[in-house]
Design a binder for this molecule. Structure first.
Ligand SMILES: Cc1cc2nc3c(=O)[nH]c(=O)nc-3n(C[C@H](O)[C@H](O)[C@H](O)COP(=O)(O)OP(=O)(O)OC[C@H]3O[C@@H](n4cnc5c(N)ncnc54)[C@H](O)[C@@H]3O)c2cc1C
Length: 299
């Protein structure tokens, strides 16, 4: 039988078959991708999307810091924006970043250019593409607060400029079509003092170190905060701190972070999500909604 790569357009970037996704997500969980495609640049990505057969599914991932990949992996093509999409530049108070750039690198670059307002990105361990998809935020600022515009490519390779009034940001989401892939963004900061910016970034790092299990196999906040409430408080109130299923556990340090203690399957993790949702509903009457995105097939 012809391999999937044999059916894909001839691109300038790289295809790899049967790639273990557990190595490239923060939980270290999940089965393989049938094919991973790393486009050489935007035109290569557009060419791929325009030429590929309609029936080949495409999934885009960043660095998998808000992602649970199921145990049988992902069918079709997983797109990862690598080195060809990591450029960052400054124009006065504006920072222009490609979607594969790490949030932490964008924050550090902004500090270097004396641009304040992007310090919150320093502690978010994802890419700019992931931050736009999730409207990522921390310490009182989210990407929507500093957003000017983004560029994205649709499922057929068409390129779109998305201004602030069209992106429809709300809590941890946006309203652009699901198959669009962000390729870059323009963010607005303010000219400031480098030392103060770096101090703020150090404060954020210290606070995270004290309150979050950032050195474990975790995928960040598991559930969205319901309006006016904190998900971690509801999880704690429902007696779920430290709760375990298989190798998956609710963190003792921060109840909205779930961790892979080693050997956890995606199945363990999903069972734990469901068990916590059930206990929280029984105890408080509130339905917790997942913030983590789940992709792939059940084993
Ligand atoms: C220790 C830890 C701390 C965290 N703290 C925070 C925090 O303070 N605030 C916060 O908001 N999040 C936090 N997170 C969660 C996570 O880092 C963010 O949601 C981040 O924005 C995800 O980026 P990513 O590149 O890892 O995306 P992934 O996890 O790989 O993907 C997440 C979603 O984004 C989509 N996506 C990725 N790239 C693109 C693209 N180019 N175009 C379109 N869609 C795309 C994927 O399809 C998927 O639906 C934390 C996670 C960890 C592990």
């Amino acid at each position: 039988m012809q391999s999937l790569i044999g059916k894909l357009p001839r691109v300038r970037g790289q295809y790899r078959e049967n790639v273990e996704l557990s190595r490239v997500n923060w939980f270290n969980i999940g089965g393989p991708a049938e094919v991973v495609f790393k486009p050489a640049d935007v035109e290569d990505l557009r060419f791929f999307l325009k030429e590929k057969a309609e029936n080949i599914p495409v999934t885009v991932i960043g660095v998998g810091s808000n992602l649970l990949v199921r145990d049988a992996g992902i069918t079709g093509v997983v797109i990862r924006l690598g080195r060809g999409f990591a450029a960052i530049e400054a124009k006065g108070e504006e920072i222009i970043a490609e979607a594969g750039a790490l949030d932490a690198n964008v924050a550090a670059f902004a500090a270097e250019k004396n641009v304040s307002g992007l310090e919150f990105l320093s502690g978010i361990p994802g890419t700019i593409g992931g931050a736009l998809a999730m409207n990522a935020g921390a310490y009182g600022t989210e990407i929507s607060n500093v957003f000017i515009s983004a560029e994205a490519v649709d499922g057929h390779g068409g390129k779109h400029e998305i201004p602030a009034e069209k992106i429809g940001f709300s809590y941890r989401k946006n309203s652009i079509p699901k198959d669009w892939i962000f390729i870059s963004t323009r963010l607005k900061g303010k000219l400031g003092d480098k030392e103060k910016i770096l101090d703020r970034m150090r404060e954020i790092a210290k606070s995270r170190e004290e309150t979050q299990p950032i050195r474990t196999r975790t995928s960040g906040s598991t559930f969205k905060n319901p309006p006016g409430m904190k998900a971690w408080e509801l999880v704690e109130k429902s007696g779920c701190r430290g709760l375990k299923i298989g190798g998956a556990q609710v963190s003792e340090k921060h109840c909205n972070f779930f961790i892979n203690n080693g050997g956890a399957t995606a199945h363990d993790m999903e069972e734990l999500f469901a068990e916590v949702q059930k206990r929280v509903l029984e105890k408080t009457g509130i339905s917790l909604e997942l913030e983590i995105k789940i992709v792939g097939k059940y084993a």
